[in-house]
Design a protein around this ligand. Structure first.
Ligand SMILES: *Cc1c(COP(=O)(O)O)cnc(C)c1O
Length: 402
């Protein structure tokens, strides 16, 4: 029987990413099913008491309890590790569970973290509110400024934490430069790679240590389940991440893991097509609004860097209107095809007004510092025909006076 698990590295290491996304991690049961089996079980039975004892002692291969291991979740973990090119990966119940675990598992009171300021709203809550509660200090900088990373380092700095492209301002952080600064100072980097996915950008190639994901976004890609993942070396996953996650329990359900396994089969197709659609819609919108940000447009201030480290622009673009919240809301309300929704990475095109939704929880100053104005809108481009999207925006822009 053909098994495509991580143990079978001889086969899988030859595969290109699109093949890994379809085949990687598959572990067939005795029935030889082609599509991965869904193991809805919380526990496992043992042939004898000695087996149970050995398994708990780590002397026998096998599973003990689904907070710790599950066959369906393990298939997804191996597939994600193969896509990322990391030695190992573990999945979590959501992207925020992945971010929280990736940070807390390696920090203690007295440590210091430097973070790029343009972070997902809840990630900023981790750096600004949660970590300081435990005596972990944080410095938030403009991640586009390589010198600012260097200047923020203190003797007790343990981690650099950033996302690129960032949400929703699409800042690009220089992966090679920032990871080198970190390495030279003995600091680990944690990169939130949700926007690009391993199909468009591989932070490990630039020296990043830990890659964390919201798999809710492009990996599921059809707006169905929440999931997350942390990728890193075998040593980091086994000895640093697992003691934290096994005992705190941010475990991914087998059902949600199965849905993401199905999603990954089409990840390469979807992200290429959605990136093409996003570029076409971005070119149209750019001619009609005062300012628009998309990494693969020549007008993006960091276009050259984006082209260097990403193979396509991804699904997200942001635009700025001069008429503030009233005009931004008017445009949203006039849309007939595109949904008003704060999710991203769906096969449906979704648009949101960050300052009144995803980033409403932060102070006005923090929003301002990040470049989230009242006239800003974020669009996640889906799989619809781009001509239909352009027609919808054409009429909505007119309705909003543009
Ligand atoms: C959505 C998102 C998260 C959080 O993921 P959840 O699955 O919603 O918990 C973190 N970082 C980025 C960049 C995101 O887009």
């Amino acid at each position: 029987m053909k098994r495509y698990t991580g143990q079978n590295r001889k086969i899988t290491s030859k595969w290109r990413p699109a093949t890994r996304a379809v085949r990687g991690g598959t572990a067939r049961s005795e029935w030889g099913e082609t599509s991965e089996a869904l193991f809805l079980t919380s526990g496992y039975a043992y042939d004898c008491a000695a087996d149970a004892a050995q398994r708990f002692a780590g002397e026998q291969q096998g599973m003990t309890y689904s907070r710790l291991q599950n066959p369906t979740v393990e298939m997804l973990e191996q597939r994600i590790a193969l896509l990322e090119g990391s030695e190992s990966a573990r999945c979590t119940a959501s992207g925020m569970a992945a971010m929280t675990a990736a940070l807390l598992c390696q920090l203690k009171t007295g440590d210091h973290v430097v973070a790029g300021r343009a972070l997902f709203g809840s990630c900023r809550w981790l750096t600004d509110t949660l970590l300081p509660k435990f005596g972990i200090t944080t410095t938030v900088i403009d991640g586009r400024d390589n010198d600012a990373w260097k200047a923020a380092i203190r003797p007790e700095t343990k981690l650099f934490f950033f996302e690129t492209p960032s949400n929703p301002t699409l800042d690009i952080i220089d992966l090679a430069a920032v990871c080198t600064i970190a390495k030279d100072a003995g600091i680990k980097t944690v990169v939130d790679n949700a926007f690009a996915t391993p199909m468009l950008q591989r932070p490990l190639d630039y020296g990043a240590d830990i890659i964390a994901y919201s798999a809710t976004k492009m990996m599921d890609g059809q707006g169905r389940v929440l999931a997350g993942a942390v990728c890193g070396t075998e040593d980091f996953i086994l000895n640093t991440l697992l003691p934290f996650t096994r005992n705190t329990g941010p475990t991914l359900s087998a059902f949600n893991a199965w849905v993401v396994l199905k999603g990954l089969e089409t990840l390469d197709l979807r992200i290429q097509k959605q990136s093409d659609n996003a570029l076409r819609v971005a070119r149209f919108l750019e001619s009609r609004v005062p300012r628009l940000l998309y990494p693969m447009l020549e007008s993006h201030p960091q276009h050259a860097l984006a082209k260097k480290q990403m193979s396509a622009g991804g699904t997200i673009l942001s635009l700025y209107l001069d008429g503030g919240r009233p005009q931004a809301h008017a445009l949203l309300d006039a849309l007939q095809l595109v949904d008003i929704s704060n999710n991203i990475g769906d096969s449906r095109s979704l648009m949101t007004h960050p300052s009144s939704t995803t980033h409403a929880g932060m102070t006005a100053e923090a929003r301002e510092e990040m470049g989230i104005t009242e006239g800003m809108l974020r669009l996640s481009v889906g799989l619809e025909d781009p001509e239909d999207l352009i027609e919808d925006f054409d009429q909505a822009l007119k309705a909003a006076g543009l």
